[in-house]
Design a protein around this ligand. Structure first.
Ligand code: BGC
Length: 258
């Protein structure tokens, strides 16, 4: 077995980490979960990530640690903060994590990580075409992966539909907040996926996020031209994809200068 790689997934309520065996695409160990600090600035979140890193320290080699955030990330800088503390906007977050963790880090968007995991090991494993992975949670995350290669930061939760930011109408968070039944939520999802399908024409759509465990209650009701399937790796996808992308960054470093 090659050395496992640590993936850490930063969410609104919990920061989770596990060692990943990239040969099989699964956890080597149990997952460690620590609640996200109240005012979740990059510094405070990095301090929590350090506790997770310390937990696994004796099993780590020099491979970067893959860390996901629910934000746009370009060249190590977080650029947006839709459902997280606004201090992430334009933070040099990857550098902050590297300084606090004293290790190399690759920071990435959470949905991108989950999407890569589904294409490498999950519901879209080995798919040769254009796969769109969406995560339905507090917001809507998206990952566009063509022939196994990620186009990062697609942010398709923020397309404007009928004058509204799409995730403010159709996310699972909205379903919970407004206490919508599946029958009430499905038309909102239908409007969302029809719009996205007409713009991108993917070969396959994968739907993740916590609510995907009830996929049988809504996916079969959607009328689309594209096959649409539930995610396979569920809440392990972010950590697994983070580890995969971190290891891949050694082979394909980010060489674009800003
Ligand atoms: C953010 C994305 C994120 C998604 C899921 C959206 O609000 O803009 O960056 O991937 O939520 O967390």
């Amino acid at each position: 077995m090659t050395n496992p790689v640590l993936g850490i997934d930063i969410g609104g309520s919990g920061i989770k980490g596990a060692l990943v065996d990239l040969e099989v695409g699964d956890f080597v160990t149990d997952r460690v979960r620590i609640p996200t600090p109240k005012k979740s600035t990059p510094q405070k979140v990095a301090a929590v990530a350090a506790r997770i890193v310390n937990h696994f320290a004796d099993q780590l080699d020099g491979t970067p640690i893959g860390i996901t955030v629910p934000a746009v990330v370009t060249h190590g800088r977080t650029r947006s903060a839709a459902n997280i503390d606004k201090s992430w906007i334009d933070a040099e977050a990857q550098t902050i994590f590297q300084e606090v963790l004293e290790r190399p880090v690759l920071l990435m968007n959470d949905a991108d990580a989950a999407g890569v995991a589904e294409v490498k090991y999950g519901a879209a494993k080995g798919h040769p075409g254009l796969v769109l992975v969406t995560t339905l949670g507090t917001g809507i995350g998206s990952a566009l992966i063509n022939r196994g290669v990620l186009v990062p930061n697609s942010e398709l939760g923020h397309v404007e539909i009928d004058g509204f930011d799409a995730e403010s109408r159709a996310s699972a968070g909205v379903k919970t907040k407004l206490d919508l039944s599946y029958a009430e939520w499905i038309p909102l999802l239908q409007r969302y996926y029809s719009h996205i399908e007409a713009l991108f024409w993917p070969d396959l759509i994968v739907v993740g996020g916590g609510i995907s465990k009830n996929a049988n209650k809504f996916l079969p009701k959607l009328k689309l031209k594209t096959p649409i399937v539930p995610a396979d790796l569920r809440n392990r996808a972010g950590i697994i994809g983070a580890a995969w992308l971190a290891a891949d960054s050694l082979v394909h470093p980010d060489t674009v200068e800003e």
